[in-house]
Write a protein that binds this ligand. Structure first.
Ligand code: ZN
Length: 153
């Protein structure tokens, strides 16, 4: 895989981990040219997971957007990138289970799922996520707002 830092395609896999439902594998990689470490995800190609918004529109479940929201909630908190990836993996896994064969989950259910995880991990991140999320009552709106805040930096 191409190194995000130097562009070399020579890398080695340090660690491979499968999620509990066996639908994705996450690999920690190290660039052999510059030593940079990064993560790749391998997934079964299947019907994409959709999030039903409050107004009934469907949007693709977006892990990158969600990671942005989590990074913001954990800003200046003592948490590793690994731990954040772990949360993302778990949320994706649980969302897929809850979505079932229809592959759809409501934005509210998704938000509550994330909140219940944050609650047990870091109360500050929980409050940050909750304060904005509950105000919007929609995880997509919340994530859009988080993006706006991040862009101001
Ligand atoms: Zn590199």
């Amino acid at each position: 895989m191409r190194c995000p830092r130097c562009g070399s395609i020579q890398d080695k896999v340090l660690e491979s981990r499968q999620n509990p439902s066996g639908t994705s594998i996450r690999r920690r990689r190290e660039c052999l040219s510059c030593g940079y470490r990064y993560t790749s995800y391998e997934k079964i190609e299947e019907k994409p997971l959709k999030v039903i918004k409050r107004d009934g529109r469907r949007e693709p479940f977006d892990l990158v957007k969600l990671e942005g929201g989590l990074q913001k909630s954990f800003e200046k908190r003592n948490i590793s990138q690994n731990a954040i990836e772990q949360i993302l993996n778990e949320v994706e896994d649980e969302a897929a289970l809850k979505a079932g064969n229809k592959r759809e989950i409501s934005s509210r259910d998704l938000g509550e799922m994330i909140l219940s995880k944050l609650y047990s991990i870091d109360p500050v991140a929980y409050v940050r996520f909750a304060s904005v999320y509950r105000m919007f009552d929609d995880v997509d709106q919340f994530l859009a707002e988080i993006e706006k805040l991040s862009n101001k930096h």
